[in-house]
Ligand binder design. Structure first.
Ligand code: DX5
Ligand code: ZN
Length: 217
């Protein structure tokens, strides 16, 4: 299975975002963490920054919305140039309607689960989605330790995707590094977000290659 590596710009230098976006040549997507200081206790960036990033790189943008009221905001991120938009099911008022709206706009629709949110109640929603994100840390900050206890959830999610015969991508986000990525891949993840493991490295592009090699080994 080909692994996709999505560097998270949360760990990049926000004053040099264009350079930082270009420093990860070979990345599949650029992961853009949007936080509103309500859904999570941290504040990052919004629509205008995504619009500018869109012009600064050819790498498609994977926007992870850790915000309240994604029903209202997610379509704005598609308009701003996101190729994939992930909303949190804990925050969405109408996840099916929202996923359909994102797809109708021409972007990939993705839904995220916080560590304490189970997948089982959402099994019927899977056909509405292009990707499911299983968080492997509590959302809000980069650089946290990977939660091993999420591995069974990744495995169960992969089984449900297979059971329904879907082409859904399964993303993991949080604490993904050269020492944890193999476990995630073995459990069934195929899209890997990495912030500190990429932007904390001396050579971010080499870090992307190393992560991909590990995930595909
Ligand atoms: C955390 C964010 C992550 C974060 C990951 O809430 O959603 O995307 O940037 O950072 P690392 O890879 O350092 O855990
Ligand atoms: Zn993220």
């Amino acid at each position: 299975m080909r692994a996709q590596i999505n560097p998270s710009i949360l760990s990049a230098d926000f004053a040099r975002l264009a350079d930082e976006a270009q420093a990860v040549a070979g990345a599949d997507w650029l992961h853009v963490d949007v936080m509103d200081n309500h859904f999570v206790p941290n504040l990052t960036l919004g629509v205008p920054v995504v619009e500018s990033l869109r012009k600064a790189t050819d790498t498609p943008l994977d926007c992870h919305l850790m915000i309240e009221d994604p029903d209202r905001w997610a379509p704005r991120y598609v308009e701003a140039g996101a190729g994939s938009v992930t909303f949190h099911v804990e925050a969405a008022a109408a996840p099916v309607r929202l996923a359909r709206e994102i797809r109708a706009q021409g972007a990939r629709a993705s839904m995220a689960l916080k560590p304490a949110t189970p997948i089982e109640p959402y099994e019927d929603l899977l056909p509405e989605l292009d990707m499911l994100l299983v968080m492997t840390v509590e959302p809000g900050f980069g650089g946290q330790a990977f939660l091993d206890i999420m591995l069974p959830k990744i495995r169960r999610t992969r089984e449900l995707i297979a059971k329904h015969g879907l082409e859904l991508w399964l993303q993991v986000d949080g604490g993904v590094s050269e020492s944890t990525i193999e476990r995630c891949a073995e459990a069934g993840a195929d899209v890997f977000v990495a912030g500190s493991a990429v932007y904390g490295a001396d050579d971010p592009a080499a870090a992307v290659r190393a992560l991909r090699e590990r995930a595909e080994s």
